[in-house]
Structures are given as C-alpha cells and as structure tokens.
Design a binder for this molecule. Structure first.
Ligand code: NAD
Ligand code: IPM
Ligand code: MN
Length: 347
C-alpha cells in the first residue's frame, strides 16, 4: 500500500489542540483508500526552547526534509521573546525549504456569516510570496535603546524570486476565473513595486486570456471589504500578503476557518500546511479553538500530494458542518473534530 509520510509540528498554544483534530480528519478521509498515513511528531516550539535553548537545528531540518509533507499548528509564546520562534522556527522552515508560494484561499461558504452586511461572492486566492520581502531579516539596529537608535528592515525582491511566484499565480488564475490582481504599493515603493509591475506585465503577455488588474495595497483593503467579488487571484509580496490574508480570513467567516499551504513547487523539499492563525495564547488550553482552519489546510495537503478525491470530501464535510453551525451553539475543539470526522465518513 502507499504510505503518506507526514512530519507533524504541533508547535505552541492552540497548535496542540487543532493539529490532532486535523490529523483525525485526514485519516478518516483516507480510510479504505489503501493509503496508510504515517506521522512523526517533532518537539519544536516554546517547550523545547525553554528546555534546551534550541529552536530548529540542522538535524531537525534534515529529518523533516525526509517526509512527504509537514503539518504545522502554530508557533509563538508569551514567555518567549517575540521573534525567536517566529523567525527561528517558522520562517526558518519556509526559507530553508524554499516555500516560495504561500497559498491562502478565502471562500465564504453558504450559511456562514461574514462581518460584511452584503459580501456577495467571496472566493479568491491570495498567492503570497514566501521567501523574500521584508521577511528576509536584511536590516539591523544601532545604538539600541538610545535617543539615537536607528533600525532598518530592508525588503529583498529578486527578479527570479518575483517571476517564479508570479508564474505560479497566473497558472492558478488559468484554472479559476482568469483574473489576476497584483497588489503592491509602486507609487511609494518604487524599486520593488516597479519590478513586480514589469514582471506581471511580461508574464501576463503569455496569458492573454487572464485579465490583469492592479491595486495599491491600501486601496486593496477597501475593495476587500466593499467589493470582495472583484478578486479571483491576488499575487503580492510577503508582508502585504500576511496582512491581507488576516483581513481576508475575517470577511470569509473568521480566522478559525482560514487555511494555508507553504509550497515548494519544485518538489525539492516537503511543502508545509498550516492554519493562517497563530498560537492564540488568549484561548489556548481551553478547548475553544476552531480546528476547521487546520482541517482545511489538510485538504490543501491532500490536493498537493495528488489525493484530490479525499481533499474534496474534506471540503464537503466542512461545508456541511458550516451550513448547520449557526444552529448548534458553542462547541469545543474536539466536538467540531468529531463532527468533521463523521461528516467526512459520510461525504
Ligand atoms: P492569533 O492568530 O494567534 O490570534 C488572533 C485572534 O484570533 C485571537 O483573538 C485568537 O483567540 C483568535 N484565534 C486564532 N485562531 C483561532 C481559532 N482557531 N479559533 C478561534 N479563535 C482563534 O494572532 P496573535 O494573537 O497576533 O499572535 C499570537 C502568537 O502567534 C504570536 O506569538 C504570533 O507571533 C504567533 N503567530 C504564529 C503564526 C503561525 O505560526 N503561523 C501565525 C500568526 C501568529
Ligand atoms: C502567518 C504569521 C507569520 C507570518 C509569523 C508568525 C512569522 O503571521 O503565518 O501569517 O508573518 O507569516
Ligand atoms: Mn499572519
């Protein structure tokens, strides 16, 4: 039988609660398929850092690289200095495994309420660049703590790095409603902005059937709230994509539903699947976290590894559950997991 060999990083906070539910649904979706799910847990996050001072070692990276894919919950802890785990663990994985495509779909499912009174059709895909931009750590600080302190965070944008993610975004647009919106800020960030604009123009010429649009990031936040149906595929840099996808999550029914995939399309390294949300220390340990975002991230994993049928059943199960949620009242993390496991078995 075929084996699906997964690395599992629960991470911190609600990562410990949502990941087990995601894996239950994954196994239910593959029951009877002849595909055996094998999982290996990795102890990474705040606990390990407190005990050993390590975030993610070279040996960890080598071991993780052997798996078919990685499932991650979230990292970040109030008792660890901000940035240590985010940069040293999560970003080290995204950069080290060259996850240059960060896919973040938003789809407002019938029956789910949005904070928008009249959202219309909300079904778009943010293709966020994952390995460049202001995230590279290119910067520094001088005279820290003094009145003369200087801090820089320099955004890195390479022609190769921009072109590869733009090509991926056009390919997605071809498979969807054939519209691509570049979001940037080329009226101010002229160096990076015009690089992105020129590459979108050049690659766009190879896709004459894809309508290309542009919005400055500030205006894009307006349209996302006033007219989200104008978006199909959005391609944007690492930081704009981070911010826009939390907004997208909010209009798509909440951060508890927002899934993501960090993809290395070359297949040189395992791709990584995680909810958009963080470790949510404000609700951690209480069974309040919604595992749906992790479950939908597992559907992206199944798609990525060629199990489209199982992925479709996971999404159908989520849709069915979302359709009745409003009537059910508050449920715990494991109650939602139970419902999704049952729904996937009957989907
Ligand atoms: P967050 O996403 O953890 O939480 C934002 C808000 O959303 C909180 O009110 C939280 O309770 C709520 N929320 C998040 N996930 C939820 C879920 N599944 N169900 C119900 N409610 C949910 O963002 P934050 O508070 O800015 O960050 C907390 C920590 O997580 C920080 O250390 C941050 O660096 C880290 N973080 C990690 C990731 C990641 O690992 N991918 C993503 C974002 C933030
Ligand atoms: C996300 C998170 C991360 C990001 C942080 C924790 C590094 O906010 O996955 O959206 O900014 O990419
Ligand atoms: Mn984010």
């Amino acid at each position: 039988s075929t084996v699906l060999d997964l690395a599992v990083i629960e991470g911190d906070g609600i990562g410990h609660e949502v990941v087990p539910q995601g894996l239950r649904v994954l196994e239910a979706a593959l029951e009877g398929s002849g595909i055996e799910v094998r999982t290996t847990g990795y102890d990474l996050g705040a606990g390990r850092w407190h005990r050993t001072g390590e975030t993610l070692t070279d040996q960890d990276m080598e071991a993780l690289a052997q798996h078919d894919a990685i499932v991650l919950g979230a990292v970040g802890d109030p008792d660890v200095p901000s940035g240590v785990l985010e940069r040293g663990l999560l970003l080290k994985l995204r950069f080290g495994f060259d996850h240059f495509v960060n896919l973040r779909p938003t789809r407002l499912v019938p029956g789910v309420s949005s904070p928008l009174a009249d959202p219309g059709e909300v079904d778009f895909l943010v293709v966020r660049e994952g390995t460049e931009g202001p995230y590279v750590g290119n910067g520094g600080a001088m005279r820290v703590g003094t009145d003369l302190e200087v801090a820089t965070e320099v955004s890195l944008n390479t022609a190769v790095g921009v072109e590869r993610v733009v090509r991926y975004a056009f390919a997605q647009a071809e498979r969807r409603r054939k519209k691509l919106t570049l979001v940037h800020k080329h009226n101010v960030l002229v160096h990076a902005g015009h690089l992105w604009r020129r590459i979108v123009e050049r690659v766009g010429a190879e896709h004459p059937d894809v309508a290309v649009d542009y919005a400055h990031v500030d205006a894009a936040t307006i349209y996302m709230v006033t007219d989200p149906s104008r978006f199909d595929v959005i391609v944007t840099d690492n930081l704009f994509g981070d911010i826009l996808t939390d907004l997208a999550a909010a209009i798509g029914g909440g951060i508890g539903l927002a899934a993501s995939a960090n993809i290395n399309p070359t297949g040189d390294f395992p791709s990584m699947f995680e909810p958009v949300h963080g470790s949510a220390p404000d609700i951690a340990g209480q069974g309040l976290a919604d595992p749906t975002a992790t479950v939908l991230s597992v559907a992206l994993l199944l798609d990525h590894l060629g199990h489209a049928e199982a992925a479709g059943r996971v999404r159908a199960a989520v849709d069915a559950d979302l359709a009745v949620r409003a009537d059910l009242g508050a449920r715990s993390t494991s109650e939602v997991g139970n419902a999704l496991v049952a729904a996937v078995r009957s989907a």
